[in-house]
Design a protein around this ligand. Structure first.
Ligand SMILES: [Cu+2]
Length: 157
């Protein structure tokens, strides 16, 4: 009698382990969604040979990583960078992407991979991790000059 109970408990334990490892495998197999694009100068940044790239990774566990690498900027200057809600060619990428469109105009409701300060070669790197999966309107990354002007943009595709 007691050994029968033991076997049922063991059976339940094994079933539970099998279920949890199956879940872990599917979560790993889920994969991340990656969008990226090259930076190019906007009209306000014309004259500066701005190049670089931006990348967004939407992770299976519901976070969003954004990285930006920019070259051709002034040396030792701090620039702002944000995820914007329109393509670069549409109204200079329009305004900032927001998780909640009616919410705050700052992180964590917006995604800001910056500010960042360039090195002596005029190169800047920035990254951020947002809690939440960016929606389909998170389509571009804009770099702003210290005064706020939009000087460069990358379409995330
Ligand atoms: Cu911006």
């Amino acid at each position: 009698m007691s050994s029968g109970t033991g076997r049922r408990r063991l059976g339940a334990l094994v079933a539970g382990l099998t279920l949890s490892s199956a879940f872990a495998a599917s979560a790993l197999a889920g994969g991340a969604v990656v969008t990226r694009g090259d930076l190019h100068a906007f009209a306000a940044g014309a004259g500066q040979p701005i190049t670089g790239r931006a990348q967004m990774v939407r992770t299976p566990d519901g976070r969003t990583f954004v990285t930006v690498h920019v070259e051709g900027l002034a040396r030792g200057v701090t620039y702002a960078s944000h995820v914007h809600k329109q393509a670069c060619a549409v109204g200079d990428a329009d305004g900032h992407y927001r998780f909640d469109p009616a919410g705050a105009a700052t992180p964590p409701n917006e995604i800001w991979p910056g500010p960042f300060t360039t090195n002596e070669a005029g190169i800047g790197n920035a990254n951020t991790i947002a809690d939440g999966t960016a929606g389909p309107a998170a389509v571009s990354v804009v770099v702003h000059a210290p005064g706020g002007a939009k000087i460069a943009c990358a379409d995330l595709e």
